[in-house]
Design a protein around this ligand. Sequence first.
Ligand code: SF4
Ligand code: SF4
Length: 560
Amino acid sequence: MKVKITIDEKQYEVESNLTIIQAARENKIHIPHFCWHPKLSVSGNCRVCLVEVEKMPKLVIACATQVADGMIVRTNSDRVIKARNAVLEFILINHPLDCPICDEAGECKLQDYAYKYSVGESRFEFEKIRKPKRVELGPNVMLDTERCIMCSRCVRFCDEIAKKPQLTFTQRGDHVELTTFPGVQLDNPYSMNVIELCPVGALTSRDFRFKARVWDMSSTDTICIGCSRGCNMKMWVRNNEILRLTPRFNSHVNDYWMCDNGRLNTFKFVNAANRINSPMIRKEGMLVDVGWDEAIAKVAFELKSFKKNEIAALGSAYSTNEDNYLFAKLMQLLGVKRIDFVLHTKPGNKDDLLIREDKTPNAIGAREVGVRPESDEFGFTSIINEIKAGKIKALYVLDDDIAADPNVAEALVKLDYLVVHASNENETTKLADVVLASSTYAEKHGTFTSFQGRVQRNRPAIATLEHDRILDGMSLSRLDKFGAHNDRWTKGQKRDTRASWRIINSLAAVTGAKWKYNICEDVFNEIASTIPSFKGLTFLKVGANGAMLSKKKETITVKN
Ligand code: SF4
Ligand code: SF4
């Protein structure tokens, strides 16, 4: 049922079951709040959302007051402004006011509200209460108890979302302290979400602490590759180095959350010392750096020396739809029938919130765009058996460390020729004849298809020499559109890596194909026009929140 309410002299029609803060938010009116969060229960303890409601004798908290027909609300009357000042003055009494050394500075609600809504001075002349600093709440989160404003968001998150009641308050009055239950740590797969939930700098990331000021980093909207959920996130970069990942709201995928594993373990390989910085060819037993033209020409030449049925190809569930699509297309061009990819699942490692057993971002997409065997006879297990039997002599592997499995490594040593696309040194590159230095998901445009069948975009947050080549000669206004004014494009070390689809495109050109892909979007548009489940999709439609394949797929079954 709808009701009519007036907020700040303007009338709105809203659902009758909403609270004032929800109704205001739906209509883009901001009522300040610390403890209220759209996905947590209402606790109503910070009092900063006080508003005036006509005919009510006292101010009411907008987070816990339901709308009613004819209600007249004022969010900025003199009474409200005075009360808000008082609340902020009260909250700041015992706050250490250490913004210059606080990780939260620049993205702190208390800092923002203090600037916006408080009178800017305190009448409190006494000694502040001292509380514990640098408390290791768990493996990933550090607490500064003095900064805590007791909003209880973190406590409610553990109770209601992570379903791991690990946090609580002790003491009373201004001696209240956040702590863990006796003998318990803040240690659950989602523990780091309390860092963004905390409206102040009381809870900080032990991994990111003191690494950078917020305003010194650029943030890029992209997605996590830690499992087939594809949580939406922001990638934070300074001087071409990724420093942290934080969740980005998408109600269809991950709401406001991401798991600690995704947040901590899906970016360090991009910064790692074992990155492959340029293509390499094995010469006299050693992999040596070469230029792109030499590497591409060598691969094209060598592949031609094998019969079609002596070559097999493995795409990758870690690679984008575009990479896999062109990979499958190139194999078709070369007449290679043995094509598949490896599924990486951890049986039992899943939950009802976000985490999926499939630890790759694009198993659905890889299959959908053509990296699939016509029959079991051409699938992964049979490819490995045929390599062992000496029938397959050359293998082309796209971005997957398949030799991490000792059984596969044992087979690969039997090959006459192994080409791999890889971003980091690994067990497979150790055996390769040619390593084509591929860009990671953090260095290229592309799309992944989640287990839900949702196609989502990843965007480059890290610049490579490939970007420099593309940007070279662009006008300043176009550079600006490309985001090239940002420091990630100008500072820090850049690697000579290329997106896998671009490497394959170059290889196809050498073999005589007349493909015309200049940017990743060109490949995606072709996928959308040739693969039925992608029909009608464009980069624009995929947008910030992704778009569903026309044929929804909940599960994937791949016979390996
Ligand atoms: S630590 Fe942060 S989120 Fe938790 S109660 Fe204190 S202010 Fe709120
Ligand atoms: S649930 Fe999966 S996609 Fe989401 S953050 Fe964790 S690893 Fe990444």
